[in-house]
Ligand binder design. Structure first.
Ligand SMILES: Nc1ncnc2c1ncn2[C@@H]1O[C@H](COP(=O)(O)OP(=O)(O)OP(=O)(O)O)[C@@H](O)[C@H]1O
Ligand SMILES: [Mg+2]
Length: 287
């Protein structure tokens, strides 16, 4: 059988169909030689409308556990806001979701499969990361948003620019979308940079979003526009947010409070405030 129909099958059945499985078995790059033994590595593409499960995850950074016995079920489409003091493990938790770090003990399951068995490159294609600090290199705004993608229909790009509230400042730039950021980057505000990062995530239409909200204060208008862009981005997608903004925390399906790598509280914003525990205390300081 030629490669194309099998590829289609694989796409259609996402690895469930026996023929798709056959393709996995016979793809040469899945064979790995180790010494004289022949090992067979079957990688799997997850089905996305299923929960992400953390089961007793421990992650050790420089011989200290930075995440301890972390267990959680995140349903598809939920927004999980992660809060906690500096060093409590928020970024470490995000790195585990991205696959930059691996559990030293315990498991992260997607579609019931251990993330260890996933093809991470495949997995990351369905994941977008919006970092805390958006670093912009030289190149046009268009290049920054569409980087690594072949053929983006203009209509799709325009829609994303609207959703991420990038269109709002394009008219002020000398060449609009084709303005070189290397020359004009320093003139972009923090909020504008964040919206470019959000547009870049949106256009990839990811299933999972990792968002590290910037702590830096934005002016009121910029704050509102960034919040609108975030709302568009996370709608209907499984989202993990290191959250500082009250609006994201308040609307989250669940707020997780970390301390010393441990999940000490979890619940909806209003319930946690009512409970008057750690989150209520933290919020008095942070938000
Ligand atoms: N590269 C590293 N080397 C050594 N220790 C690290 C490293 N990265 C994280 N840690 C440690 O792991 C723990 C968790 O750090 P993490 O960066 O996840 O915290 P955080 O909640 O994201 O903090 P912040 O709010 O400051 O971003 C901390 O004790 C930190 O010192
Ligand atoms: Mg951090």
């Amino acid at each position: 059988m030629s490669r194309q129909p099998l590829l289609l099958l694989e796409h259609h059945y996402r690895g469930h169909h026996p023929l798709a499985t056959l393709r996995y078995l016979f793809a040469p790059h899945r064979w790995r030689l180790a010494g004289s033994a022949l090992f067979f590595v079957v990688k799997y593409s997850p089905v996305w409308a299923t929960p992400i499960v953390f089961a007793d995850v421990v992650n050790i950074v420089s011989s200290q556990p930075s995440i301890r016995d972390f267990s959680l079920v995140v349903e598809a489409g939920q927004t999980v806001a992660v809060v906690g003091e500096s060093g409590s493990g928020k970024t470490t938790l995000m790195s585990l979701v991205i696959g930059f770090r691996r559990p030293d003990r315990g498991h992260i399951l997607l579609d019931g499969r251990d993330m260890e068995t996933l093809d991470l490159r495949q997995y990351r294609r369905h994941l977008a990361v919006v970092p805390q600090q958006t670093v912009l290199f030289s190149g046009s705004i268009r290049d920054h948003i569409t980087y690594g993608l072949s053929e983006v229909p203009e209509a799709k790009l325009q829609e994303v620019l609207r959703m991420a509230r990038v269109d709002e400042f394009l008219a002020d730039l000398p060449d609009g979308l084709d303005t070189d950021i290397g020359e004009h980057g320093s003139k972009l505000s923090g909020g504008q940079r964040q919206r470019i990062a959000i547009a870049r995530a949106l256009i990839r239409d990811p299933h999972v979003i990792i968002l590290d909200e910037a702590t830096s204060a934005l002016d009121v208008i910029s704050e509102k526009l960034v919040q609108e862009a975030i709302t568009e981005l996370i709608r209907g997608r499984t989202t993990f947010i290191v959250a500082h903004r009250l609006s994201t925390i308040r609307n989250a399906s669940r707020v997780l409070v970390l301390r010393d790598g441990q999940l000490i509280e979890s619940g909806r914003h209003d319930d946690l405030i009512r409970a008057g525990g750690e989150f209520a205390k933290l919020r008095n300081f942070q938000v």
